[in-house]
Design a protein around this ligand. Sequence first.
Ligand SMILES: *Cc1c(COP(=O)(O)O)cnc(C)c1O
Length: 443
Amino acid sequence: MTRESTPHAPALSEPLLTTLRTRTPQLWLNPSLGRPLPDDAPCVDAIEQAQARFERFAPLLAALFPELNDTHGRIESALMRADALRARGTHPEDAGTCFIKRDDALPVAGSIKARGGFHEVLAFAEQVAIEHGVYTPGDSTLLLRSETARTLFARHTVTVGSTGNLGLSIGVMAAALGFDAVVHMSRDAKEWKKARLRSRGVRVVEHDGDYALAVAAGREQALATPGCHFVDDERSELLFFGYAAAAQPLAQQLAQAGRIVDAGHPLFVYIPCGVGGAPGGIAYGLKALYGKHVHCFFAEPVASPCMLVQLAAPESAWLSVYDVGLDNRTEADGLAVGEASHLVGPLMRSLLSGVFTVTDEQLFADLLAVKTALGIDLEPSAVAALGGPAWLMQTAEGEAYRQAHAPACVDPTHIVWATGGSLVPPIEHQRFQMHARKLAGDH
Ligand SMILES: *Cc1c(COP(=O)(O)O)cnc(C)c1O
């Protein structure tokens, strides 16, 4: 991606610029919510196709990964009641029912990236196998474990650029199927992530510079290599629809929990946002199911509010956080993205309710709160959305939003999406918590 230094920033209003530049946490409401999707928006049928692909591949995944035995190859996470957070004030009393969506515990990849990443690798494997006649649609996907299929896959490379979790997800799945897997990472990506990938036979290439540079390097190398598939986190529809496939199982979980979704019982969903693929795909899937009764908000670090600046600027401006004078430096490595996806941004202009921002100090405080109240170990990126219910239920901006878009609301459901953490080594979790305690003591 280009790192233009031309100041586009005047495209934003003065008060908004000041709030952004002073890194003041805010709830920004999207004025374009509800307008029609762009003409070239991808078709919702692709959501069902992604769901069907996960179904088809479940037997193969169960055979490849012992940890998927219990779920018969399904990659899903629990929807957990989170009333315990009330004690801390994160979730206000009488503000409806609050859940945490436990994508931090998604099997095999340990983060939300399992959804999009696995979907794209499986789609690529399927395509290669069909092209070379080792698999015909309708066959059992267990065929893709055969010696013939693996030999074929070994001649193909799957490449991705990532700050960490996407690399883990793509690398692990690609290597398990027998592909040559290459992950381009920024040099400051966590050491344990690189080590884990290398231990699975994945080649890790390190780059100086930020996430966008790692992606650009991967894209360039892939284009120059025949038989190489590049998973493009900034543009991929296969990733996007893998995430969107989360909506239907979530709807079942809500129904099982006895939560209906309608005008009187709106659904508020809060999701951490990096480049926008994961939260954008999920929002797209949920909107297709629930329409105006679901309200999706993204959470971004105050140093990296790339979706906020893209949506707040005129469509043609393509603002990055650097353009408004921010440095994109945050402990939330999964969210340290300077410029939002050009695939997802235009869709979110119509579908997204708003974005709230969070400081690193708050991330660590919330990390500790979740550990104390619920016993869950999350990584900093994964707690970014925790303040969502309070933003919506306890602030003037939140009230303005509800009056405008959910006027009949009597008993809302809130879902805070937790996005990663279960594969983080215990020593790293201890470090996070020590840092959080230190920050708390300093105040
Ligand atoms: C990648 C990631 C996100 C955000 O996903 P994007 O597709 O980059 O917006 C959120 N949380 C964690 C832990 C992640 O790794």
